[in-house]
Design a protein around this ligand. Structure first.
Ligand code: ADP
Ligand code: ZN
Ligand code: ZN
Length: 807
């Protein structure tokens, strides 16, 4: 008998063994199969191993179907999955769940469909007949719906029988999900139509006229049904009448879901001597190192160096993955890459819908249509056939780490591991590398190449520090703005230049609070203040999405003196406008960028100088390249500096340097103004001097003294439960056990910054694993300890969430 071990897309520790019926003998490792798991659930599973060992403890069920003709996951991908599961302490199922786009993961939610074959109903039994009948009416049913129709839980044998009688489709349905999207196009059969036929048919005439207009406008004889109906504001019926009259015909045409890019003339350029030199050093470094760090100041032209490097790699017939920390950034970089690589670049990130992602997946698997993939962290999971280089841009960004769900992997580190498995190279790049990375570079683990001046001889921006403690004391602040900042803004606007104002989101969201008793509006299920959203006049929780109407009366003392505290970007915009009534001010923050293309629109508007002042949060800092920004203002540096985290100084340095880097990128030196209460802070001075190394060395010393990365590895355990006491007790129990093995290297249990989310109480324990211990063994040991607490009857429903290398 042949058996397969499969991975299910579920958080289960084990793999499961199924039997392979003879008709599915062709199954191979890396193919998808449909299996039943539990009483009535069906899943797509991935075949992990094929063997002949009968499982000892249970009777293996048969696989129901094989979905692929070729493996969709390679051995090397499996190796990566195993590494992730092992390193980040999660299951292979978790990895599979993250790695595969949903279209590739069927489950009992999947729909059944009837085959086109003439169904011989006489061969069906009563229940089967019922299902087929329902399918004839409803076209599609999910497996769950079938179970409702039959009023029984186990429908497995019925589905199987229907499948074997070839009455219904499961496999086809799955494949169909990738079917290229189609559009319906209208063409005209008779342009010189006699308008008499429209007599008494005004609506039809309107459709016809719109059609003629559109063909002229779009310069094409084919117009989509959708556009025609929209433009002529008419109904499908009217159009259909015209088809019947022989004026129009409608045809269906398949289109790709992947946006098509017309190759315009590709641009060529030359590197400056310094860039050329850096490129040579990188290539030289790759001869002996797998990973090279390119440390180049903002606007030193790192992207241009990548482009030259990528050209070489694809000329050798290899693929390139260009990783970015955020979707937002892909929009600008894609335009830059397409100028050099045209339609050779594919984009992959989570704002694409499932079908689009499925399509890119199969493009990467089957054809080499995209030798270059530009994407966010999940693009590390695409089925590359011949990956030669991974570029990790802005490598210091914490958004490379998946924080909210398992696997809590860091795409930068995962990329390094994957490249190692594949024998590919990794180029990490940043103007402000993470301490860990720079440490690896200085200790020769990574190669290091430095670019210390901006492209084109542009000077680094001049950074001024505005001591707002002093200004506030003299009562000269105008809201959040010092007179100095307002003056500089004015100057820039007069010079027809643009301004960026940066406001850190943390701690500055406007909250609703009572003037007389200090009460603040809080979320019902989380331990956080609600944030005021002016446009919608709502108070919202940013953790669980709860919202309520603005209150006018204090809920504690009934005073009417409820006010807004804090400066969100919205408030800044409102305060700033009266100073510059003619200026166009826009915001770039979570609120204004919710819709799919909103980010791009704002960025384009700013690039095209339709916006004078752009106020934004962290989103603004990430590697954007604008030509006409002469001033960058940091509204308040303190919230960054005083955030309770061992990385807060490193992060503040990175953030301020990155925002500052948006100023004066082309032609002229830019100016940066940092408003702060801590004008004498070392970090602020390091930013001012553009002195990464002094920040690095002083921080490294702190890390060594207090034992933090890179001098140890961190593993955090979040303990959570709906009951306050149980949470505390379980956390204490676990901490005690951990202390026995790791003594003073266990921190906590402590309340995290937000100690209750969605009605669950949270407690955090941090374990430092020193270089003297085996990381792997320590993790296994910690898992065992957690398991032993979990097994105690009173803690059965406590949740333990492990995060390795928390960010
Ligand atoms: P970084 O990524 O290091 O911050 P960029 O790659 O964005 O810097 O480069 C800064 C600016 O200089 C960009 O507008 C870029 O187009 C321009 N630039 C850099 N190198 C060259 C080059 N060799 N030729 C022409 N323009 C360049
Ligand atoms: Zn009150
Ligand atoms: Zn909440």
């Amino acid at each position: 008998m042949i058996y397969v071990d499969v991975i299910l897309p579920l958080p289960l520790q084990n793999s499961f063994t199924y039997e392979v019926p003879s008709e599915f003998k062709a199954v191979q490792e890396g193919m998808r199969v449909v299996v039943q798991f539990g009483q009535k659930k069906f899943y797509t599973a991935i075949v992990f191993k094929i063997h002949n060992e009968t499982p000892k403890n249970y009777r293996a069920k048969p696989i129901i179907n094989v979905l692929d003709h070729q493996p969709i996951i390679s051995n090397q991908q499996f190796k990566l999955w195993e590494w992730i599961a092992n390193y980040y302490c999660c299951s292979l199922g978790d990895v599979m769940h993250s790695a595969l786009p949903s279209v590739l993961k069927l489950s009992s939610e999947t729909k059944l469909k009837i085959t086109e074959n003439d169904v011989d109903k006489s061969s069906l039994n009563d229940k089967e007949f019922l299902v087929v009948e329902a399918l004839e009416i409803q076209k599609e049913l999910s497996l769950n719906e079938v179970s409702k129709i039959l009023n029984q839980k186990t429908i497995f044998s019925i589905i199987k029988s229907l499948l074997s009688k070839k009455v219904i489709l499961l496999l086809e349905e799955l494949n169909e999900q990738y079917k290229p999207k189609s559009v319906r196009l209208v063409s005209c059969l008779n342009k010189d139509v006699d308008f008499k036929i429209f007599k008494n048919a005004k609506k039809q005439e309107q459709v016809f006229r719109s059609f003629i207009d559109l063909t002229k406008e779009n310069k094409t004889p084919l117009i989509t049904v959708k556009e025609l109906l929209e433009v002529s504001s008419s109904s499908y019926q009217t159009l259909n009448t015209l088809v019947t009259k022989g004026v129009f015909s409608i045809e269906e045409k398949e289109i790709s879901r992947i946006e098509v890019y017309e190759n315009e003339d590709l641009i060529s350029f030359d590197l400056s001597d310094e860039q050329q030199n850096a490129l040579k050093q990188i290539q030289k470094s790759f001869e002996s190192k797998e990973v090279v760090l390119l440390h180049g100041v903002t606007s030193s032209g790192k992207t241009e160096i990548f482009i030259k490097l990528i050209q070489d790699v694809i000329a050798r017939g290899e693929q390139v993955l260009y990783l970015l920390p955020e979707i937002a950034l892909t929009t600008q970089i894609i335009n830059r890459l397409r100028k050099h690589f045209g339609d050779k670049v594919g984009v992959y990130h989570s704002k694409f819908n499932n079908n689009e992602r499925g399509e890119i997946w199969s493009e990467v698997l089957n054809a080499n249509r995209f030798p270059i993939i530009l994407g966010t962290r999940s693009s590390i999971f695409l089925p590359y056939q011949n990956l030669g280089l991974i570029v990790v841009d802005e490598e210091h960004e914490s958004s490379f780490k998946q924080k909210q769900s398992s696997p809590r992997y860091n795409a930068r580190d995962t990329a390094i591991m994957y490249a190692h498995i594949l024998g590919a190279k990794v180029l990490l790049a940043s103007a402000t590398p993470s301490l860990e990375t720079y440490h690896n570079a200085l200790s020769q683990k990574f190669g290091l190449v430095t670019l210390s001046s901006r492209y084109g001889g542009v000077k680094m921006p001049e950074i001024d520090i505005e001591d707002i403690k002093y200004v506030t004391h003299r009562k000269q602040m105008k809201g959040a703005f010092s007179p100095h900042l307002l003056e500089e803004i004015e100057k820039s606007l007069l010079n027809k230049q643009q301004v960026i104002l940066f406001q850190n989101r943390r701690g500055f969201a406007p909250v609703c609070s009572c003037k007389s008793c200090g009460w603040t509006a809080k979320c019902q299920s989380c331990d956080v203040s609600l944030t005021f959203h002016k446009q919608q006049q709502l108070l919202k929780c940013h953790y669980c999405g709860y919202s309520e109407h603005l209150v006018k009366k204090c809920k504690a003392c009934a005073s009417m003196e409820v006010q807004m505290k804090g400066y969100g970007t919205e408030k800044l915009e409102e305060e700033l406008q009266p100073f510059f009534p003619k200026a166009i001010i826009k915001r770039l923050d979570l609120e204004t960028t919710r819709r799919k293309n909103a980010y791009q629109t704002i960025i384009n508007d700013f690039e095209n100088r339709n916006i004078d002042i752009l106020i934004g949060t962290q989103m603004l800092t990430k590697g954007l390249d604008f030509d006409h920004v002469s001033l960058v203002g940091i509204i308040n540096a303190d919230a960054l500096l005083h955030f309770p985290d061992f990385r807060s100084y490193e992060r503040s340095y990175q953030l301020m340097t990155q925002v500052a880097g948006r100023a004066g990128r082309k032609n002229k030196q830019g100016k940066v103004l940092i408003q702060t209460y801590s004008a004498n802070h070392d970090i602020i001075h390091a930013v001012q001097r553009n002195d990464y190394l002094s920040m690095y060395h002083s921080e490294l010393l702190e890390r060594k003294t207090f034992k933090y990365p890179p001098y140890c590895k961190l593993l955090s355990i979040l303990v959570s439960h709906t009951d306050y006491n149980i949470t505390n007790q379980a956390a204490r129990e676990l901490a005690l056990l951990l202390c026995q093995s790791f003594s003073q290297n266990v921190l906590g249990p402590e309340y995290p910054a937000v100690s209750r989310i969605k009605n669950r109480y949270l407690k955090n324990i941090l374990v430092k694993i020193g270089a003297d211990l085996s990381l792997n063994q320590s993790k296994r040991h910690i898992l065992k300890l957690i398991d032993s607490v979990h097994k105690m009857s009173q803690y059965k429903s406590v949740r333990f969430t492990i995060d390795v290398d928390p960010q």
